[in-house]
Design a protein. Sequence first.
Length: 301
Amino acid sequence: MTFRRILLLLLPALLLASSGAIAASGADPHPALASLEASGNWKSVEPPKTFGPDNLYEEIDGEAELFLPYGMRRLTVAIVARAGEPAAEVRLELYRMDSPRDAYGIWSQHRYPDQETLRLPSSEAAVSDTSADFFRGDTFVRLRAKPGDRSRKDVADLAAAVAALLPGSGEPPVEANILSGLPGAIPGSVIYQKRAMLGYECLAPGFEARFPLPDASGHYLLLPPLPSGDAARQVRLARELPGYVAEGPALSRATLPSGALWLARSGGCLVAVAGKLTREQAEPLLAALVDRTGAACDSMR
């Protein structure tokens, strides 16, 4: 049998092995886990598990629908403990997302007002005696420990160790910082929504924050520019929002079950306030939004 004939017979098997190697590489645990173990302070007490978008529900059934719209690429789950102390276990979940913005979006869904926070290298973690949630770069991190005398220290120390190993930043997107600085914005209430905001798909993706003021309360909204442009977005808003009317060249209103939604354009962005607000109450809030958005809107394109 000639060498060429042998090669032709072996080629399908070689291709299959090659594709299997690629698939296995794609299923490898998050590289931060290997770096964590190499540090010598933390060790896995059982082999880590990995999950992709197709089988995420097997590990976090009921929560997969929250993660998937944010472009979850791979989840690594590891049970780790301090070196030499295998009984003090902490569950470490590392979610690789499509982008740092998506990682922030998932973190914002786990962050609530009045939560205790812990400052990590360029990240803020929402913490309790048995948990820590934070993001850095394109990774969202979730830590869970069994209640115990040392569980708070374990999750805090592990959060700091993992954050130091992750590339990128833990700073919120510019839109989140804009909303955080608005009058009355509740700290910890900013959320990046990839799906419906206020129950309407046409208002996403975008950022939302809650505010209470002496004479009104409601939600601030900031919708970044869309590739399709503002004109296409305006057509969709008019079609899908109830009671949508143009109040002028730069101001629109919709009538939602929860109250009025007042919308204004700021460059390619759309800003809005929602609640039981009159036009006189809404306009200064929108003006503050437009003023803070300013030139930053052009950098979001």
